[in-house]
Design a protein around this ligand. Structure first.
Ligand SMILES: O=P(O)(O)OC[C@H](O)CO
Length: 191
């Protein structure tokens, strides 16, 4: 009888292809958002659709990977990077358009790319995959960014600002949580 294969799944799978698709959509989304100085409603709606499709692949690739046994170390590292490329484009784009203060974008970028550097720094002790807090943060950022990207009437402004404030707070808190996890991972791996 043939022995069941114990080799890890190949990184060349449909879940990781969706992650890569998310990165490929970043320039298209950025172009649509910044087109005509952000003043063209049709371009803003198209940017929102591109952003929504790309962020939906975030949900799909994770579900697919878990259900079909396609979870790979490549996916654990690449998935958060793909999210950060897309949300980073949205934060920078909105700040370039003058619709979101730069300090908000800087705080988010420092947390996101700082945690990415940290993931690589501790990789020899183990892969620090996205946790529940990180996933909640991505949902809140997606919601907040979606509201900012859509050309909504002015009375939406306080709602947009409130959701964005919640997203930024959870972004910072989960960033601190990852730093503590990295410390624990290093401690548990060093005798
Ligand atoms: O907070 P992170 O860096 O783990 O990123 C979370 C991912 O974007 C969730 O898909």
């Amino acid at each position: 009888m043939a022995e069941p294969s114990t080799s890890p799944p190949s990184p060349w799978n449909v879940a990781n292809a969706l992650t890569i698709l998310r990165v490929v959509l970043v320039p298209l989304f950025g172009w649509l958002l910044l087109r005509h100085g952000g003043d063209d409603d049709a371009s803003r709606v198209a940017a929102f659709v591109a952003f929504g499709v790309a962020m939906t692949t975030d949900r799909l690739d994770g579900d697919l990977a878990r259900r079909r046994g396609l979870v790979t170390d490549f996916g654990k590292i690449a998935d958060p990077i793909a999210d950060k490329a897309l949300t980073g484009m949205a934060f920078v784009g909105l700040s370039l358009l003058g619709e979101l203060p730069w300090w908000v974008t800087v705080i988010v970028l420092v947390r996101e790319w700082g945690i990415t550097v940290l993931r690589f720094a501790v990789i020899r002790y183990g892969v620090m995959a996205a946790n529940r807090g990180g996933k909640l943060k991505t949902v809140l950022q997606t919601l907040a960014l979606g509201l900012y990207i859509l050309p909504l009437p002015g009375w939406f402004d306080p709602i947009e600002a409130t959701v964005m404030a919640a997203a930024v707070i959870v972004t910072v808190v989960t960033g601190v949580d990852y730093v503590l996890s990295a410390i624990r991972l290093r401690r548990s791996a060093t005798p």
